[in-house]
Design a binder for this molecule. Structure first.
Ligand SMILES: [Zn+2]
Length: 297
């Protein structure tokens, strides 16, 4: 059993990681891939992984990446007048430096990708700024894919569209195809696109990361995606602390409402039912995908 996409450097996972990882090990957990999103969380991710690997060797791996919304945070959210491209390039230079220093301990590039939803809801941005944010995200995704290829690492891809649009997913698929040149591997995490786009992603040789959305009443579209994804191309993830499974969502205490690695069991239960496959078999197949993508042997 694995959790291929979680943010262990975010609270409350960060403070309680030891107990959380132990509970995952207790229910048979094998691997966790913790994802970086900005420059600031890299140290915590490495520290938590190192300590967790003392609890069980090889339990935790680190993905380093710059999340698409990070480029909005470090540019227009700080200063609307600043040159978005120059500012983003500076962050990328910092990223490269940190990556080079730590690359022995990096198992994947992520999370990276495109997010057209986040900036679209901000009413203070002009259309021109929104266009620039799109372009800068695309550039930075290309950069991160190049780093992944140069270092034979898989990627964890985020793509989020504005409701009713397919532009972001289309752009992401095109960039992965162009830059990846058939050599790039990885997962489209928390995929919520169309079945037609799913086919394109599978044709690229990519995996699909399924999380607790399949446990939600509203998750019918993602359950449909799961039905259409071969088991060999499936990965499981919690995206913790976000997206708690249905049983956790129902809890009264707000502080308990977060996703953690042990929730993978509930997610996989639903997947077993949809795919009519026993848990053991699903676990064996998807764990070997995790190992093939993220473990350096
Ligand atoms: Zn994430």
């Amino acid at each position: 059993m694995h959790d291929s996409h979680i943010h262990m450097a975010m609270e409350p996972l960060k403070t309680n990681y030891e107990e959380i990882v132990k509970e995952f090990i207790e229910i048979g957990g094998e691997h966790i891939l913790t994802q970086g999103t900005d420059i600031l969380d890299f140290d915590d991710n490495f520290r938590i992984a190192e300590k967790s690997n003392m609890l069980k060797p090889n339990i935790m791996h680190v993905a380093l990446g710059l999340h698409p919304t990070y480029f909005e945070e470090v540019t227009v959210q700080r200063d609307l007048e600043e040159n978005i491209f120059e500012r983003a390039q500076k962050e990328m230079a910092k990223f490269v430096e940190l990556f080079e220093k730590n690359k022995e301990n990096v198992s994947a590039i992520g999370e990276c990708g495109l997010d057209y939803y986040h900036f679209s809801i901000n009413q203070t941005y002009s259309d021109d700024i929104k266009e620039q944010l799109k372009e800068v995200q695309k550039l930075m995704l290309r950069e991160q894919i190049k780093i992944a290829l140069e270092n034979s690492l898989a990627v964890s891809i985020h793509a989020r569209d504005v409701m009713g649009s397919e532009e972001c997913m289309e752009d992401t698929i095109r960039i992965v195809a162009e830059e990846g040149r058939g050599l790039l591997k990885g997962s489209f995490h928390s995929y919520t696109g169309s079945l037609k786009q799913l086919e394109k992603i599978l044709d690229l040789g990519f995996h699909i990361g399924f999380n607790a959305i399949i446990t939600y009443r509203s998750g019918g579209n993602v359950r449909e995606i799961l039905k259409n994804t071969p088991i060999e191309r499936m990965l499981f993830e919690t995206d913790g602390p976000f997206l708690p499974p249905q049983s956790v969502r129902k809890k009264k205490n707000i502080r308990e409402k977060f996703a953690q690695p042990k929730d993978i069991r509930e997610i996989m239960d639903v997947a077993c039912e949809i795919k009519s496959i026993p848990m053991g078999k699903l676990e064996t197949i998807t764990d070997s995908s995790y190992i093939a993508l993220f473990l350096k042997i």
